[in-house]
Write a protein that binds this ligand. Structure first.
Ligand SMILES: [Fe+2]
Ligand SMILES: [Fe+2]
Length: 304
């Protein structure tokens, strides 16, 4: 695990199949309605209370036991409804990201594994997440008693960009102008200032992020004691915090440690975003290499 103190080597850029400016287009595109609706539900229901409840519910990693490869296979069933760039199962995205990192950082095998792992927390969708008390919160069609097909799983509490709850929403949050009007926290004076319930410079470790696959996977990695460097844990935990790592918002909540970690989050993001392409990798051919990394850093049956 050499080179952990240094900034990540940014010498090689992933080569996207389309212009970089064409990624993350939230104003137009064939998937735009699906994307907007996912964010509308997310921004309506992600509150301080909701995040606390989900952390307590999933932090003990007592839902099921499975290996990393089994979790990856589950993602064959998941198309991320918040993603304007991808309309294929998330398992392919995991390998695309990992292979991009492997090409650019051949000496950092742990970083290849981070690429493979970073979105594994999305398996929550396939566990039937979320459950919110109150009507209309699922965001999918209602479950019909006796129906033999499983309900379409709602995704708003698992996928998409994250943002801090408990303080004022900053400008760069996707669709922030039009999606928070029914979120009760926006009417709560405790949560309506720049810092809200936080102290300036408190550090992201002390901030409640909207609940989703980042925090869940971080908890899984911690619970199962993955033998990875702290940068790996950090990258997974904050990779969807685009308002911070891509737009520079929420800096007033960050610590010096967060600033030290920022280049790593951005390095992962290059591959997370720009390796998304319709040409899918040959997963069978790649499995043996990644199984070796799993055996080295996070072997066996894990608690989820
Ligand atoms: Fe993600
Ligand atoms: Fe991703």
């Amino acid at each position: 695990m050499s080179g952990l103190q240094a900034d990540p080597d940014s010498s090689e850029e992933p080569k996207p199949g389309k212009a970089k400016s064409e990624f993350r287009n939230y104003t137009e595109g064939k998937l735009i309605d699906r994307v907007y609706n996912t964010y509308l539900l997310m921004h309506t229901h992600q509150t301080v209370e909701f995040v606390r409840r989900k952390s307590a519910q999933y932090g003990s990693c007592s839902l099921r036991r499975m290996s990393v490869m089994e979790a990856l296979e589950l993602l064959d069933q998941l198309v991320d409804e918040s993603d304007p760039d991808v309309d294929f199962p998330n398992s392919f995205h995991a390998f695309q990201t990992a292979e991009g990192i492997r090409r650019a950082h051949p000496d950092k095998d742990w970083f290849h594994l981070v690429g493979l792992l970073h979105d594994l927390g999305k398996v929550l969708v396939l566990f039937g997440e979320p459950q919110v008390s109150g009507e209309g919160a699922r965001g999918g069609p209602p479950e019909e008693p006796g129906c033999c097909d499983p309900p379409v799983p709602p995704q708003w509490a698992v996928v998409g960009d994250t943002f801090p709850v408990g303080c004022k929403v900053q400008k760069s949050v996707v669709y922030g102008d039009s999606t928070f009007h029914d979120n009760p926290d926006t009417k709560d004076p405790r949560y309506s200032t720049e810092c809200g319930m936080y102290q300036p410079g408190c550090g992201l470790d002390n901030v409640l992020m909207s609940w989703g696959h980042d925090e869940y996977m971080y908890q899984v990695m911690k619970f199962n004691k993955f033998a990875l460097p702290k940068e790996a844990f950090y990258m997974v935990r904050f990779h969807s915090f685009y308002p911070w790592h891509a737009h520079g918002d929420y800096g007033h909540l960050c610590s010096e440690e967060d600033q030290r970690m920022l280049p790593w989050v951005r390095e992962l993001n290059k591959f997370d975003l720009y390796t998304k392409q319709e040409e899918l990798p040959d997963v069978q051919q790649l499995r043996a290499y990644y199984q070796g990394l799993i055996d080295k850093y996070c072997p066996g049956q894990l608690c989820w």
